[in-house]
Design a binder for this molecule. Structure first.
Ligand SMILES: Cc1cc2nc3c(=O)[nH]c(=O)nc-3n(C[C@H](O)[C@H](O)[C@H](O)COP(=O)(O)OP(=O)(O)OC[C@H]3O[C@@H](n4cnc5c(N)ncnc54)[C@H](O)[C@@H]3O)c2cc1C
Ligand SMILES: *[C@@H]1O[C@H](CO)[C@@H](O)[C@H](O)[C@H]1NC(C)=O
Length: 430
């Protein structure tokens, strides 16, 4: 009990610390702005603005953009160029749920409002994918345009080759909602469903399906000895119990031999066969660092994540103007998550504003276990909230009333009235 109280106390101290830190940084930047404004402009007049290029606008990149766009001094010669192929912000947390429940529109949050306060011309938004990066600039995939950068932020996150339920592998909201609807339809049609992968996405999807359609046979196949293996043993046991209570069969320490369904069956590596008329692949995600192989091959770790310094500059002293943040950055956490991605994005933002106003990028990101707090749903109306610091776990059960898992909260966070979408990226930015 004492250890649990200590965990709670330490959590509160950390959170208060972050709030104080953000407030302090705002003061520092304000002072720097005042100092710069009172001097004659130290930057020469330039025909072309200098670019701070941000690749990827999800939790890490979008918040980095917000900090930079709002905190650069008004007379700064820099502008922010955001390169992101998605028409909308993809809200990942709800994807397993919306593979089952028809609320798919809510997973796509309009871009723009977070950058509203920025001065005119400060932000350029490019709906494209970066194909390649080198020292001279970034190359866009379709238009082949080359965009030079003074600072570069790589916030390309992670991806699941299998797509849903971990990522939506298309760019427009129309295509994305269509994919989710197809998935809902396929799940509804199936009688024997096999879910592969017992991480959060697999556990949530399997329990949602069985809760919504108790008559279906649902089997969860996981290659490890426990589901939720990246978390503590207490959560692992509670998740397994949740699966059992709903009547899901969980097959541990087993892999599928192939993803092909043959004669209505799927074969595992042990030779065991399981009836299956639809398979949902919820296996792991990998850092999306491919575009960096030319510029910084040495900074890419075997997992694909980009090695960074505590300042989130990439681990290459020749490239001190290049930063990485979010899931794509190797910051030494077991469970990459949106909260740490967002905080890393802000650290990068603060560092670039400092560097772009003549200071040095001395803000650091220190991983904090409390950021890995997870709410794991176990069916449509139950969940477990869990935090752990690697030694002690703290968790409790909670009742879920909102079928869309507080998607509204995420919309509000991004400055958009839930669930209003006038489809206005172009209208809102530029
Ligand atoms: C099913 C699921 C549930 C989750 N639930 C939670 C949760 O409850 N709480 C939590 O904290 N975290 C949760 N997470 C984790 C969270 O989603 C990630 O940690 C977070 O999305 C990471 O944000 P990011 O900005 O680093 O990258 P991502 O969200 O991966 O986004 C990367 C962005 O970069 C863009 N991009 C990629 N390549 C290029 C390119 N070449 N050119 C231009 N743009 C590019 C992509 O289009 C994308 O918009 C969940 C994840 C999943 C899969
Ligand atoms: C799941 O997707 C991953 C990544 O694409 C792939 O390697 C794996 O074979 C797939 N598994 C199944 C059972 O389809």
């Amino acid at each position: 009990m004492f250890r649990k109280s200590a965990l709670i106390a330490s959590f509160i101290v950390h959170v208060l610390g972050f709030v104080g830190e953000a407030a302090w940084e705002t003061v520092v930047i304000k002072f720097r702005q005042i100092a710069l404004l009172s001097r004659t402009p130290r930057f020469p007049e330039l025909d072309e603005p200098r670019n701070i290029v941000i690749i990827g606008a999800s939790f890490a990149g979008y918040y980095a953009a917000q900090v930079i766009a709002s905190k650069l001094p008004p007379n700064s010669p820099y502008r922010v160029v955001i390169i992101e192929p998605h028409s909308h912000f993809h809200f990942t947390w709800v994807l397993p749920r919306f593979c089952v429940v028809d609320q798919e529109q809510k997973a796509f949050i309009p871009y723009g409002p977070l950058l509203k306060g920025a001065p005119e011309g400060r932000v350029r938004w490019v709906r494209e994918r970066v194909a390649k990066v080198n020292r001279n600039g970034v190359w866009l995939e379709k238009s082949r345009e080359q965009i030079p950068y003074d600072f570069l932020v790589v916030a390309t996150g992670s991806g699941a080759a299998a797509g849903l339920p971990s990522r939506v592998p298309v760019d427009t909201k129309e295509e994305g909602t269509a994919l989710l609807q197809d998935m809902q339809h396929n799940i509804k049609q199936a009688q024997h469903l096999v879910v592969v992968g017992g991480g959060a996405a697999g556990v949530e999807l399997a329990t949602d399906v069985k809760h919504m359609y108790p008559g279906k046979f649902v089997t969860l196949v996981h290659s490890r000895k426990a589901v939720m293996h990246r978390f503590g043993p207490e959560l692992q046991a509670a998740a397994l119990q949740g699966l059992k209570d709903l009547g899901i069969e969980t097959v541990l320490h087993e892999r599928t031999a192939s993803s092909n369904i043959v004669d209505g069956q799927i074969t595992l590596q042990s030779g065991r066969r399981i009836r299956c008329d639809f398979l949902v692949n919820c296996t792991g995600q990998r850092a999306t660092s491919g575009i960096m192989t030319e510029l910084a091959p040495e900074a890419i770790s075997p997992t694909g994540a980009i090695r960074v310094k505590p300042s989130l500059q990439i681990q290459d002293d020749k490239l001190s103007n290049v930063y990485a943040c979010g899931d794509v950055a190797d910051v030494g956490i077991d469970n990459p998550n949106a909260r740490s991605a967002l905080r890393q994005g802000m650290v990068v933002g603060f560092n670039i504003v400092r560097a772009a106003t003549g200071g040095s990028p001395t803000k650091t990101y220190k991983p904090f276990w409390g950021e890995c707090v997870i709410k794991l749903t176990l069916g449509l109306d139950k969940s477990i909230v869990h935090i752990g610091n690697g030694k002690t776990e703290l968790w409790w059960r909670s009742k879920e009333k909102d079928i869309s898992l507080d998607a509204a909260g995420a919309w509000n966070h991004l400055g958009v009235k839930p669930f209003q979408d006038d489809d206005g990226l172009e209208k809102q930015v530029e």
